[in-house]
Design a protein around this ligand. Sequence first.
Ligand code: PSU
Ligand code: MN
Length: 305
Amino acid sequence: MNAEKYLDIKPEVAKALKKRAPVVALESTILSHGMPFPENLGFAAQVEDVIRQEGAVPVTMALIDGRIKVGLDEESLRVMCEAKNVGKVSRRDFAVYLAEKKTGATTVASTMMCAAAAGIKIFATGGIGGVHRGGEVSMDISADLQELGNTPVAVVCAGAKQILDIGRTLEYLETMGVPVIGNGTYEFPAFYCRNSGHKLDLAAKDEAEIARIIKTSADLGLKGGILIGNPCPEEYAKDFNEMEVVIRQAMAMADAKGIHGKALTPFLLATIVDLTGGESLKTNIQLALNNARCAAKIAVELSKL
Ligand code: PSU
Ligand code: MN
C-alpha cells in the first residue's frame, strides 16, 4: 500500500519510529463497535497506559475525515468511543473512506494495513475475526484472515472469538500460511475462555522467543503476519460451556433479526454483554489489556534484535 500522502503520524509516534523505539499498534473498532460507551473510554486510556508501563509507545489507528491517523490524541479517542457517525472499516472500505473523507474505526485487517504503512510490526487486539459458525454456507469469513496472510504484522490476540468456528478459522490460517503461536500454551485460546480444544504446534516460553520468530520472518521477507494466541488471565476467564449457552442465545437473536455481514460481530458482542449482565465486558477488557502487555514486551524484545 502506498499511503504516505494520507498518513497523519502523531509527533510522539514519529519520534519513536525514528529512534526505532518499541511501538505497539492498537485498533479502534474494539472501541467504536466492540465495547459500550463510556466503558470504552476508560479502556482506551488504560490500554495505552499498560503499553507505556512496559516501555513502548501505543499507537491507536483510525480513519478520521479521510486521513489515516497513526496515533490518536485524547480528543480523537473520545470521537472513536462516542462512535457517532463512525463506520467500521475493513480492507474493502479503506479507499472509500479516504476518498469520501469519512470517519471510521479500523478492524484487525485495516489496523494491520495502517501499521504496515507506518512501519509498525506489532499489534494488540482482543480477538481476531474468523470463519463464522455456518460460514461454510454463509461464506462469512472475516477479512482479518486474508490480511494475516498478506501483511507482515504480528498480531497478539486472545484467540478467535468463541462466537466463531474456531476449527475452520485455524484451517483457513494454515491455508494462508500464517504461523499461530501460543504464548505459554499449546492450545489456541477462545477469547472469553482459555481453552478451545484446538491444539497448536508451538508454545512460546517467553516474549523474547516470539520476537525472534518475528525477526526471522522479517529477515526472510515473508509477506504474511504472525498470530500470537495469548490466553485471558485465569481470574477473568469464563467457562467454555457456560459461554456456549449465552453465545447460542445471541446467535439465535441475530438470526431472528436478520443481522449479518459487518454488523454481526458488533451485535453478538453487545448482546453477550447484555445477557451476561456486563460480565463478558469485564473479561473482554482484561484480556485486551493482557494482550497489550504481551505485545509491548514483544516490541521491547524485538527492538533489541
Ligand atoms: N476484539 C475485541 N472486540 C472487537 C474486535 C476485536 O475484543 O470488537 C473487532 C476487530 O476489529 C475485528 C472485528 O477485526 O472485531 C471482526 O469483525 P468481522 O467479524 O466483521 O470481520
Ligand atoms: Mn464478516
